[in-house]
Write a protein that binds this ligand. Structure first.
Ligand code: GDD
Ligand code: MG
Length: 348
């Protein structure tokens, strides 16, 4: 059976001021009434799954427990990280927790994606389980439509069968020149960040390419203990773990992976413009939330939490109002919100 593993320990800084350190984006209802975490879990309703494993920061443990409870989900484990070490260690913790269930497959799900057709998503996952059971690391690829530098790029190799291909190369977050070249070649897919694999296959690749990460995570899990619904790690061991994402740590090196293209509407909800992209728009391409009055305004995203926002002669802007902060920015500059968050943290 499949065990969903939701990695929900990111900080979501590019969605400031709504996403905050103590309450990051994955725990907020950004697109509809359910939070990104809840959406992620319900995406696999169409698959025969065991209870999920959630890996998150310990500061968010009660938020996670409460959001699961709201959906009547009894998790297999909520693994708490004392600090963020990125996704390679987070997935290693889940794999170490599940490694004795040899017949199970881990379905690694980032908690910041929006997939509109969950039924089709489940079909695609189901169609490639055979390869994951043979020990392959399966990634899911999206046909790119722009030279996005925030994603991994997978060069599709020879076809294995109808819906699964070898991987010729995997390049995580290329620079713009490379991203443009990859897009123009038509030979690359974006890495969706979703993976299907046996726990033991992932741990074997870690042992090969990142033995330090594996050693620290093994130590951290050996000293782990249950506390209410939570699994707390050996903090000293985990804090020694090198930081890295699965993409740089494993996917760029392994020759044991395959890619399954996913022909469906997929979006990483990482920035305000990505929320604008997936939202319903008016005749002049504006998406709004809350009390908003627009005059001669186009291509903009406007979010009012408490006050009325009125705009005149505005184009391609993002305006976000929350109880204690207002963000006004050009839509093309939305990656730079990170710099504001850094400035705020440095001023503390
Ligand atoms: N538990 C845990 N611990 N989760 C983490 C940590 C951590 O230290 N760091 C990140 N995550 C979670 C985030 O909450 C998110 O759900 C997921 O892991 C992916 O992290 P991001 O930081 O959002 O990664 P990314 O978007 O820059 O890049 C990844 O996703 C892209 C597609 O969305 C990569 O896999 C890219 O290759 C991929 O294209
Ligand atoms: Mg992301």
């Amino acid at each position: 059976m499949i065990i969903p593993v939701v990695i929900a320990g990111g900080s979501g800084t590019r969605l400031w001021p709504l996403s905050r350190r103590l309450y990051p984006k994955q725990f907020i209802p950004l697109i509809d009434n359910t939070t990104m975490l809840q959406n992620t879990i319900s995406m696999v309703n169409g698959l025969a799954c065991k209870p999920p494993i959630i890996v998150c920061n310990q500061a968010h443990r009660f938020i996670v427990a409460e959001q699961l409870r709201q959906q009547c989900i009894e998790p297999d484990a909520i693994i708490l990280e004392p600090i963020s070490r990125n996704t390679a260690p987070a997935i290693a913790l889940a794999a170490l927790h599940a490694v004795n269930n040899t017949d199970d497959l881990l379905l690694v799900l980032p908690a910041d994606h929006l997939i509109k057709n969950a039924a089709k998503f489940c079909e695609i996952i189901q169609s490639v389980t055979k390869y994951a059971k043979q020990g392959k690391l399966i990634t899911f690829g999206i046909v790119p439509n722009k030279a996005e530098t925030g994603y991994g790029y997978i060069k599709q190799g020879k076809k294995v069968t109808q819906n699964i291909f070898n991987i010729e190369s995997f390049i995580e977050k290329p620079n713009l020149t490379l991203a443009k070249k990859f897009l123009a070649s038509g030979k690359y897919l974006w890495n969706s960040g979703i993976f299907l694999m046996q726990a033991s296959s992932y741990l074997a690749e870690l042992a090969k390419y990142q033995p330090d990460i594996l050693a620290c995570c093994t130590q951290a899990m050996r000293g782990a203990y249950a506390d209410l619904d939570f699994l707390r790690l050996d903090v000293t061991a985990f804090c020694k773990c090198p930081q890295d994402s699965i993409d740089y740590a494993v996917m760029e090196h392994t020759n044991n992976a395959l890619v399954a293209p996913m022909d469906l509407s997929w979006q990483d909800i990482g920035s305000w413009s990505s929320i604008w992209e997936v939202s319903d728009k008016d005749k002049t391409n504006n998406a709004v939330c809350g009390k908003v009055l627009l005059e001669d305004t186009k291509n903009s995203y406007i979010y009012a939490q408490n006050k009325l926002i009125a705009t005149v002669g505005v184009d391609n802007m993002i305006i976000i109002e929350t109880a204690d902060a207002i963000l006004v920015m050009h839509k093309d500059k939305d990656q730079q919100v990170k710099n504001i968050v850094n400035k705020l943290q440095n001023n503390k």
